[in-house]
Design a protein around this ligand. Structure first.
Ligand SMILES: Cc1ncc(COP(=O)(O)O)c(C=O)c1O
Length: 342
């Protein structure tokens, strides 16, 4: 299936504001942490100089056990999608959906035809579903919006000579220990994208990176605007690559898991279908009348993200961020006031 009937440029940020409780955007609440905000504030003293990537690039490389030549720092994962679309020349690009829609949007903007592999059922990935002819495959892990975590072997089964496989790991730090991450896997043709946006609450800073072979990294750097990554973003990348920061993120991911399971069970008790096996900081749910439910929740002050802009999901689908217990309970109460959701 292919086509552009979905609004690929719709994102959760368009659904919040106006005092609504935010269950639509997946950025961790209460972030950035004070120690990181302090480091960012201090970086203002250095803004007169052009950004120097040396320390941040080395820190990211260390964090993922790779040489610095295999790291490209970017203004968020979003910039990485655009650079990849500019530099790669796929004859047959395939995006595995449902997933974050910017990879497809970037490929289309660069003039590439895009095919889709649309997963159904519980949204697990069978590599055999991807056409053999695909020379570029883009997949999210864990996936936004389904929250499904694919095993690393499932992703590496997609790799073959002549094919580039791009894994968007923007939410991988939601998974304690990151057992399915391919960030340190240096096999040819494998490209991993990471983002500081979600876990560290830095959506407004624009900080992410590409991990790939040195030739592709050099080609992407060639296509990147000069000084695309600001000094504060570099400070964040260096700081968040520190083992203590990685441990802090992991502690949060461990706390997230039981609250996510509790919210999933509570939503299921209320008649909503919850995609099983959620491993990211959000749940993907289907209601008999998703559009109506989303509207009714908005009237009560709660923003959940519509699911129908994701290829592969219909109007019944919603994405709900997992917040802290008090906030999640308030959402559940609002659902109870609305009556049954079968
Ligand atoms: C799966 C996924 N990848 C990448 C991004 C973009 O991240 P960044 O803020 O680093 O550009 C998002 C943002 O919503 C996302 O959901």
């Amino acid at each position: 299936m292919s086509g552009t009937e979905h609004d690929l440029r719709h994102h959760g940020d368009a659904e919040v504001g106006g005092g609504l409780a935010d269950f639509a955007v997946n950025v961790r609440t209460g972030t950035p942490p004070p120690w990181l905000a302090d480091r960012l504030r201090a970086s203002v003293a250095d803004l007169a100089g052009y950004p120097d990537q040396t320390a941040a690039r080395a820190a990211v490389a260390r964090r993922h056990a790779r040489p610095p030549e295999e790291v490209l720092l970017t203004a968020g994962a979003a910039e990485a999608f655009v650079l990849l679309a500019r530099v790669l020349e796929p004859r047959h690009a395939v995006v595995v959906h449902p997933q974050f829609t910017e990879p497809e949007a970037a490929l289309r903007s660069a003039g590439h035809p895009v095919g889709r592999t649309v997963l159904g059922g519980d949204f697990t990935l069978d590599p055999a579903l991807v056409p053999d002819a695909a020379d570029l495959v883009m997949v999210g892990n864990p996936t936004n919006p389904t929250s499904v975590l694919h095993p690393a072997e499932t992703i590496t089964a997609l790799c073959r000579p002549g094919r580039t496989v791009v894994v968007d790991e923007a939410f991988m730090d939601c998974v304690p220990g990151e057992p399915e991450s391919l960030a340190a896997d240096r096999r040819p043709g494998l490209v991993v994208l990471r983002s500081l946006t979600k876990t560290w609450g830095l959506a407004g800073l624009r900080a992410g990176y590409v991990l790939a072979g040195p030739d592709l990294v050099a080609a992407l750097a060639e296509a990147q605007p000069l000084w695309a990554v600001s000094t504060p973003a570099l400070v964040a990348m260096e700081a968040c690559s520190d083992p203590a920061a990685v441990a802090e993120a992991e502690a949060w991911a461990r706390e997230l898991a039981p609250e996510r399971a509790r919210l999933a069970a509570a939503l299921a008790d209320r008649g909503l279908h919850v995609v099983p096996g959620a491993r990211a900081s959000f749940l993907c749910v289907r209601a008999a009348d998703g559009i109506g439910l989303r509207g009714a929740l908005r009237e009560r002050g709660y923003a959940v993200r519509r699911g129908d802009t994701f290829p592969g999901l219909g109007p019944g689908w919603l994405r709900i961020a997992v917040r802290d217990k008090a906030m999640n309970d308030a959402l559940l109460e609002a659902l109870d006031e609305l009556g049954p959701h079968e």
